[in-house]
Design a protein around this ligand. Structure first.
Ligand code: PEP
Length: 251
């Protein structure tokens, strides 16, 4: 039985005060860490202060990104050892906004994944097609290519720290959600691809999250599908009542 994960990707939002208020509210109301894994991914400057606040809670923290090198002349970047030194051992990689606005391609993402795995970090790796690819019937090929191009070098130990998020780009921040059937169909396909890459046991164990306009009104339906192991939530993770309702839907 795979434990569900509900992860909140805050993107480039909130002031420190707003971030603290949000996690205080989550901490006060979330007590089911034994049933569902809850992760929030704030911006870099808030990771350390929030780590302190969340120390005695079941809520985990993740970075939204990191560099593939461990140190050096990379102005403005943050490395795996830096994250680990402030108690953060999780990172989201391959988000479509990173691919689209920061030109992160499959080769670069493979380097980031390798660095994260070499540092024994947990990774949420995002994949997903754009609208034109879905309309052209290419969505399965796109997702397979994204998985194979960046995750081909993972060892069995690496796979045990990997979570995949299927995020159709046309559903992110648009209010349009994949139907539960569309999500289930793609998640099943992703499990088959992972099986081909890493074996059946790994494919059965890996958690595959759905992301793209998850909200309280659609979460339960999405999470009820057999291959949907939770969600990566953007906009709705900024509102404590919505995020808590989505967590509730995963219980
Ligand atoms: C995301 O950023 O990963 C995301 C899924 O955003 P939203 O829930 O706002 O569509």
């Amino acid at each position: 039985m795979r434990k569900k994960i509900v992860a909140g990707n805050w993107k480039m939002n909130l002031t420190l005060k707003q971030a603290i208020d949000l996690v205080e509210e989550l901490k006060k109301n979330f007590h089911s860490g034994d049933k569902v894994e809850v992760v929030v991914a704030p911006s870099f400057p808030y990771l350390y202060p929030l780590r302190e606040i969340l120390k005695a809670s079941a809520i985990e923290l993740s970075a939204q990104n990191m560099h593939w090198e461990t140190a050096g002349a990379f102005t403005g970047e943050v490395s795996a050892p830096m994250l680990l030194s402030v108690g953060i051992d999780r990172v989201i990689l391959g988000h479509s906004e990173r691919r689209q606005y920061f030109c992160e391609d499959a080769g670069l993402l493979a380097k980031k994944v390798k660095t994260a795995m070499d540092h024994e970090m947990q990774v949420i790796f995002c994949v997903g097609e754009v609208l034109e690819e879905r309309e052209a019937g290419r969505h399965f090929d796109t997702v397979r290519e994204q998985l194979e191009a960046s995750l081909h070098a993972l060892t069995p130990a690496d796979w045990s720290r990997m979570t995949i998020a299927y995020e159709p780009v046309w559903a992110i921040g648009t209010g349009k959600t994949a139907t539960p059937d569309q999500a289930q169909e793609m998640h099943r396909f992703i499990r088959q691809v992972v099986s081909g890459m890493a074996g059946e046991q790994t494919a059965e164990q890996i958690r595959i999250l759905y992301g793209g306009s998850v909200k309280p009104s659609n979460a339960a339906d999405l999470f009820s599908r057999p291959d949907v192991d939770g969600g990566l939530v953007g906009g709705a993770s900024l509102k404590p009542e919505d995020f808590l309702a989505i967590i509730e839907a995963a219980l």
